[in-house]
Design a protein around this ligand. Structure first.
Ligand code: CDP
Length: 805
């Protein structure tokens, strides 16, 4: 027996387990050692020898024909090396690029511009300043065209055609289109059954809601460094990528370079939130620039470029009807959506789902019949349609159903918690088949809401509200009991460009008993280096401190589809668990050889295999690791390394019960969030401290969206408010205090029962806040108020009601 074993012999199993720092412990984040010292390595920190800088000439117009581009003066600026236009990219067939949604997007505007700040020319210079000077001197002559900002107007018969390049092409919408500005029509559910539910309904309600256009606001904007080795013919692309392998494949497809000659590296990334999934013109121009010049080219967005041109989110014009019996039990749901996708259809979601997972819109409620239609439309706005900290349109769906429950409660005169309790899918109904086609894996919504109501003292709050109303004061209580759908996804219905959305993990155990794990996901701040190590520690019995986690380098990580839509835990973590279990299987063979027993005589005990009935006879994982390279049974190959590719059988369905209390000043419209309680259930909890951090962050973004964020355009397509002076990014000063809580309902199909969590607070937080604000006016017969709930807008409601004086 080894020394190690003698040292640890006296420790109890519980002590050994604690020493692992595995699943369930509040382990401090490993990555923070570098982040809090300012030692992160972000893309703009990358400085390569001979590197040059690229920046864009952008269109001042939202819709215009380009009559000419004259770059002579720009080229004369000292330091300017080259100016690329669409004409330069045409011979390479790179002036347009495919989008992840089956459309094409102009890399540099080809004859026409379709939105303000669209990329028109790429100026490459020795430094950023020369590039900025060059941009000013590129002369572009435009002929302005009529602008379409309203998606409804875009579908009128005489509306100007925006995308002349695809006006007769049904491929862009993956199906028939009814107007040149129409992209797709997508339907889900049973129309006839839904019509029947409405025909016989005792009560119906209807509301129109607009989930405004917002933009994820990561601290770090998008950027890249493209470095083509002119001798070896190998391209290295460093960038802010949430899905580096997908970028490698796309770059290979559009450049014609062999994928083996492309290395994509995501270094540290300062927040993604869906903004950094898809490809952008800057990446293509930097790559072309580097190939042409034989020098590394860096492109880093400004904040205004980021907010006004890279992927936006939401912009869903929704109408919804509910049918119910007289007690408020819902019998049918109809939802129709006009989805403004901007100038190019560049939404980033699984190919089969043009409206993402919007058909999770029946939410946490047992609704027998539903029918949903979504129409995508082109307008003269920036392209996108990404999942801003949510899973592919679940945010829009949750907002709609959670608001509609309140609308229905007001109509039938039932308390807003009670209406939810009446309509919930019951714990015993899981796995639950929704009428829109999803199989919810697990949930216990009633327990969660009751726990939340008890924690905030719900009945007392309602009493206080009644007293305040009697005094003319405005106090609102908002509830959201949402269900998320995360973990794209099962290969039968989730792919990107035909590639199935599995996830991968490779583990290598080193001879001296430490390990490295590499994964196809990519952290943009969620703490993956810590939590993956915790999971693997629990599976293989090596302390998490001794497990290095690497993501983001396509030369080393196994192929994966990246991080967005809370895929990490449902898909990536499952791959990590399974890879760990494969390590353990091989380790067992080695242990049997070391202990001279058969495998069936061994049992796993935290960090070692023990001979059944003889607890003193054991082989620790540390000893097994060395034996894997030095003392193997006959016929077993050396080493202790595995790769696992995990194709999930289903999504996971985390859920939450949020309660928010607001006080509103009727003279100014100012809203003060007095209390916000968030109960989240994400199944098995890997690191409770990280979960709490995720919830705080997500709620803060929800607060931003509900209270202030909106990308607004004027009638000629000028984007108003694309800087952080105008676009609301809450600081610690404005952000309310968050109270967190949890229940644990494990997922039955996930290897450790875990579900995602990072997006739940954004998905559930927005309707909780919005519901609270509308609830403050519910006694005055207000059923809906548009987001964002700025003081000005709330005051307008007070003014219209005559209560502002
Ligand atoms: O895909 P993404 O990392 O954005 O989302 P996630 O799966 O919700 O995970 C966010 C962070 O929370 C990761 O560090 C997870 O490991 C952690 N987490 C956890 O500790 N326990 C869970 N049940 C879910 C997430």
């Amino acid at each position: 027996m080894s020394e190690t074993q003698t040292e640890t012999q006296t420790e109890t199993a519980a002590e050994r387990e604690a020493a692992l720092g595995g699943i369930g412990c509040d382990k401090q984040r490993k990555e923070d050692a570098r982040f809090i010292r300012g030692q992160g390595n972000y893309v703009d920190d990358i400085k390569l020898p001979n590197m040059v800088f690229g920046d864009f000439v952008r269109s001042p117009h939202a819709h215009a024909r380009i009559k000419s581009i004259d770059a002579e003066k720009a080229k004369a600026v000292p330091g300017v090396i080259a100016v690329l236009t669409a004409d330069d990219l045409k011979p390479l067939n790179l002036h347009w690029m495919p989008t992840l949604a089956g459309d094409t997007q102009a890399v540099l505007a080809d004859e026409k511009v379709h939105f303000q700040n669209q990329e028109v020319a790429f100026v490459i210079a020795e430094d950023r300043y020369a590039a900025a000077d060059g941009i000013q001197l590129v002369e572009v002559e435009y002929e302005e065209l009529p602008v379409l900002i309203d998606p409804k107007a875009a579908l009128e018969d005489d509306a100007p055609i925006l995308r002349e390049d695809v006006k007769d092409n049904d491929e862009v919408g993956q199906g028939p289109r009814r107007h040149p500005n129409h992209i797709f029509n997508w339907q889900s559910g049973d129309k006839d059954a839904t019509d029947r539910a409405f025909d016989g309904a005792a009560v119906t309600v209807m509301e129109e809601m607009f989930y405004q256009r917002v933009h994820p606001a990561p601290i770090e904007t998008c950027g890249c460094v493209a470095s083509m080795d002119p001798v070896g013919g190998r391209l290295t692309l460093y960038g802010t990528f949430q899905a580096p392998h997908v970028v490698r494949t796309v770059v290979s497809l559009i450049s014609g370079l062999a994928e083996s000659n492309i290395r994509v590296v995501s270094p540290d990334v300062g927040g993604g939130f869906g903004n950094k999934v898809g490809p952008y013109p800057g990446y293509v121009c930097a790559v072309v620039g580097s190939i042409v010049l034989g020098r590394p080219v860096k492109w880093i967005e400004s904040r205004i470029d980021n907010i006004s041109t890279t992927a936006f989110a939401r912009d869903y014009h929704m109408s919804c009807e509910l049918a119910a019996d007289k007690d408020g039990r819902i019998t049918g749901l109809r939802a129709n959506v006009l989805a403004d996708h901007g100038a190019f259809n560049t939404h980033a979601q699984p190919m089969k789902w043009p409206a993402g997972f919007f058909n999770i819109v029946t939410g946490s409620y047992d609704i027998p019949a539903a029918h949903v239609t979504v129409d995508g439309v082109y307008t003269n706005k920036a392209p996108g349609g990404v999942a801003y900290r949510c899973s592919f349109r679940v945010a829009e769906a949750a907002y709609l159903i959670e608001r509609m429950l309140d609308v229905l409660a007001q109509k039938v005169g039932v308390d807003k918690a009670e209406i939810r309790l009446r309509n919930f899918i019951k714990a015993e109904q899981f796995p639950y088949q929704s009428c829109l086609g999803w199989e919810y894996d697990s949930g216990d919504y009633t327990t969660a809401l009751k726990q939340a109501m008890a924690a905030v003292g719900y009945d007392d709050l309602r009493k206080e509200q009644a007293e305040k109303r009697a005094r003319g004061e405005l106090m609102g209580i908002g509830i959201a009991t949402f269900t998320e759908i995360v973990g794209a996804g099962p290969s039968r219905n989730c792919d990107i460009l035909g590639i199935k959305m599995f996830e991968s993990c490779e583990i290598r155990v080193h001879p001296t008993g430490s390990a490295i794990a590499r994964l196809g996901t990519k952290s943009t701040g969620q703490g993956h280096e810590t939590t993956y190590a915790q999971i693997i520690a629990s599976e293989i019995g090596i302390p998490s401190d001794l497990i290095t986690v690497e993501e983001g380098d396509t030369d080393t990580a196994p192929y994966g589809l990246g991080t967005y839509g809370s895929r990490t835990t449902p898909v990536g973590a499952a791959a990590a668990v399974r890879a760990g279990r494969k390590i353990r299987e091989k380790a067992k063979k080695i242990a049997a050889h070391m202990l001279e027993v058969s495998e069936s005589d061994l049992e796993w005990d935290v960090d070692r295999f023990t001979v059944k009935g003889v607890p003193d006879l054991s082989a620790t994982m540390k000893d097994i690791a060395m034996a894997a390279y030095s003392n193997l049974p006959e016929g077993l190959e050396p080493g202790l390394e595995v790769v696992d590719y995990y194709d999930p059988p289903n999504m996971t369905y985390p859920f939450g019960a949020y309660i928010c209390v607001v006080d509103i000043d009727r003279h100014t419209g100012e809203v003060s969030v007095r209390k916000f309680y968030a109960l989240d259930d994400c199944g098995t909890r890997i690191n409770p401290m990280i979960i709490e951090g995720q919830v705080h962050g997500g709620l803060t973004e929800a607060f931003a969206i509900a209270m202030g964020q909106e990308i607004v355009y004027d009638e000629i397509g000028n984007v108003l408010g694309a800087s952080l002076l105008d676009y609301f990014l809450p600081t610690a000063v404005e952000t309310p205090h968050w109270e967190t809580d949890f229940t644990v309902t494990p997922s039955p199909h996930h290897p450790i029962g875990a579900k995602g969590v990072g997006e739940s607070p954004n998905v559930g937080g927005v309707p909780a806040l919005s519901n609270a604000i509308v609830d403050a006016f519910a006694h005055l017969d207000v059923t809906h108020m548009p987001m964002p709930h700025t003081a000005w807008r709330v005051w307008q409601t007070c003014h219209e009601l005559g209560i502002d004086k």
